[in-house]
Design a protein around this ligand. Structure first.
Ligand code: PEP
Ligand code: MN
Length: 295
């Protein structure tokens, strides 16, 4: 894996507490299975909240791949507020994600909730997702650091940017430099929408750290109609990518039905994201196939 970034801290610097996450010089550009993220490379990560069935997963994967998404997302292990709610398909979900990757070539972004599942998730994942509720699970972060697999760390519901950086530092400290940060909405007094998307975090994180910053408007909004405007705002603000939920028939979705984009509308949505990313001087990282046909 090729990573262009500031030189890693030496052993002595780490011992002396020199944090690797801080911005000094060049921005990190990650390489995830051939897709670049960071710098001028914008990642469009799209897919369902949850892997529900073979048909739902493969239909969504083919739709977002054909439209030009950079990576495919989908949860096999789901952090649900109620322990009685559907918890995800687990291993069977991972198998379906592997099939989606094989058929579309899209790298897979999927959540690992428990270090005990890491081995099997690593067999499929190109990017491990650490959910908002696990952002301060330091043993999980350290294990992921030792795995060397790229990781997307979501900001906790009530976490400061400094706390998010220290979560990333747990991974970097183990020698894993492929870390993306993700703003996904924080809890405020406002109850008119699910969470408050903190877009100020985008330019401010870029001042604080060299790591790429991804925005998840789906979980912040909780409502489909807010996803496009907040995606455009995030891209124009200089985000290095978006992670959004897409479903062939959202009203039938087992989880997060109200916020998932309708798959048939994804191509038009992505066209608008291209324009907003261009405003910030970025281009959506395409799959090698599409890149070849665009030449
Ligand atoms: C998700 O992306 O599937 C998810 C559960 O998000 P978050 O951890 O941000 O709530
Ligand atoms: Mn979801």
């Amino acid at each position: 894996m090729m990573i262009v970034m500031k030189p890693a801290a030496t052993e002595q610097e780490v011992d002396a507490g020199v944090e690797r996450v801080r911005a000094v010089g060049a921005r990190s550009v990650l390489d995830v299975a051939g897709r670049k993220v960071g710098g001028e490379h914008f990642a469009m990560i799209a897919g369902p909240c949850t892997v529900e069935s073979r048909e739902q997963t493969l239909t969504t994967a083919h739709t977002v791949a054909a439209a030009g998404a950079t990576m495919f997302r989908g949860g096999a292990y789901k952090p649900r507020t109620s322990p009685y709610a559907f918890q995800g398909l687990g291993q069977e979900g991972l198998r379906l994600l592997a099939e989606a990757k094989e058929q579309t070539g899209l790298p897979i972004v999927t959540e690992v909730m428990d270090a005990r599942d890491l081995g099997q998730v690593l067999e499929v994942a190109d990017v491990l997702q650490v959910g908002a509720r696990n952002m301060q699970n330091y043993t999980l972060l350290s294990e992921i650091g030792r795995s060397g697999c790229p990781v997307l760390i979501k900001r906790g519901l009530s976490s400061t940017l400094e706390e998010l950086l220290m979560a990333a530092e747990y991974v970097l400290k183990e020698g894993n430099e492929s870390v993306m940060l993700c703003e996904r909405g924080i809890r405020t007094f406002e109850t008119s929408y699910r969470f408050t998307l903190d877009l100020m975090a985008v330019p401010v994180l870029k001042e604080m750290t060299h790591l790429p910053v991804i925005v998840d408007p789906s979980h912040a909004a909780g409502r489909r109609d807010l996803v496009a405007p907040m995606s455009l705002a995030a891209a124009a603000a200089g985000a290095d990518g978006l992670i959004v939920e897409v479903h062939p028939d959202p009203d039938e979705a087992i989880c997060d039905a109200a916020q998932q984009l309708v798959a048939a509308e994804f191509p038009a949505y992505l066209e608008r994201v291209h324009a907003a990313a261009a405003v910030a001087g970025k281009a959506v990282s395409l799959t090698p196939d599409l890149l070849a046909s665009a030449r």
